[in-house]
Design a protein around this ligand. Structure first.
Ligand SMILES: NC(=O)c1ccc[n+]([C@@H]2O[C@H](COP(=O)([O-])OP(=O)(O)OC[C@H]3O[C@@H](n4cnc5c(N)ncnc54)[C@H](OP(=O)(O)O)[C@@H]3O)[C@@H](O)[C@H]2O)c1
Length: 277
């Protein structure tokens, strides 16, 4: 399905490497059909050495060859990239963007192409444990959707949504989500150290507890409140700790934080289209 295609990455950083790694590990594409474009020669050589992909410092050359073009630069770099690629794109090109905030209208206008996939991955994608939410324009035929699905699946789990507005919501929930989890993790580890554990032991306890809790939630398929009630005995330690968490407004602050991230994501999208904040 993908084997006959040339897939070019404009921007060969962490996320591009994660996709390349996944594509090759799953034998979805031969490495010689993958082109990684980026400004640093050492980076290109490193990718070529590790994954046997082709690399170039010339975005136009990478774009010219592509049947599928993945835009994987930072948002502020996109305006520099457009003039370098626009006149070289194939007519039937599929554009896949993982650039945070870049809207389909912007992508379509600046590439002059109609087959556009917009995706929001997250950091665990770098080790194949990501959650990617994606959508596609109506012009993307089903065979191309299947290809996009496979490419994004190289980062871990993926889910298709029928409306672009879900991308801003996904940015706030799963895209930014690892930051919330890391903060909670850090707070638990620090509390462990406060009580007297060494940092090393506190880290082990917290990481395994979070991993185990996720596993049990997945396996049991129970509502989190049911799982929480099961470990909360009357007058016990969980009841006391949960009382303090609720009193401190944990649930409200989490909800407010995610809502704020959602509003921020929409604003950044507006700003990337040149609208004033
Ligand atoms: N990381 C995540 O978890 C995550 C999650 C969701 C969305 N995203 C989105 O994914 C995109 C890539 O993120 P990332 O974490 O992979 O960033 P990254 O590691 O910084 O990768 C960006 C790459 O683009 C290269 N670059 C810079 N200027 C360029 C140019 N003019 N032409 C071509 N390449 C250029 C950079 O090269 P140098 O290193 O030499 O500057 C770098 O290798 C971003 O738009 C981000 O919003 C990332």
């Amino acid at each position: 399905m993908l084997r006959e295609m040339v897939l070019s990455f404009i921007g060969s950083g962490n996320m591009a490497e994660a996709m390349i790694r996944g594509l090759i590990a799953r034998q979805l594409m031969p490495p010689e059909n993958i082109v990684a474009a980026g400004p640093r020669r050492e980076r290109g050589r490193e990718l070529a050495r590790q994954y046997h992909v082709r690399w170039t410092q010339d975005n136009s050359a990478a774009a010219r060859e592509a049947d599928i073009l993945v835009l994987s630069v930072k948002p502020q770099v996109l305006p520099k990239v457009w003039p370098e690629i626009k006149s070289y794109l194939k007519e039937e090109l599929l554009v896949i963007s993982i650039v945070a905030g870049a809207r389909i209208s912007t992508l379509s206008q600046n590439t002059g192409r109609t087959q556009i996939v917009r995706a929001m991955p997250n950091t665990p994608g770098q080790i194949g444990k990501g959650m990617t939410v994606w959508t596609a324009t109506d012009a993307v035929p089903s065979v191309r959707r299947t290809q996009a699905n496979a490419i994004l699946g190289a980062l871990g789990e993926e889910i298709f949504v029928g409306d672009e507005s879900y991308l801003d919501m996904a940015t706030a929930l799963s895209g930014t989500g690892p930051a919330y989890v890391f903060l909670f993790m850090e707070a638990m580890i620090d509390a462990g150290v406060h009580m007297g554990f060494s940092r090393h032991v506190a880290e082990k306890l917290v990481l395994q507890t979070i991993e185990g809790s996720v596993a049990i939630a997945r396996e049991s398929k129970r509502h989190p409140a049911v799982l929480r009630n099961r470990v909360t005995s009357p007058g016990g330690t969980s009841a006391e700790a949960l009382y303090q968490l609720e009193k401190g407004g944990l649930r409200t602050v989490v909800s407010k934080a995610i809502w704020a991230a959602y509003q921020r994501s929409k604003l950044l999208g507006d700003m990337s289209e040149g609208k004033k904040a």
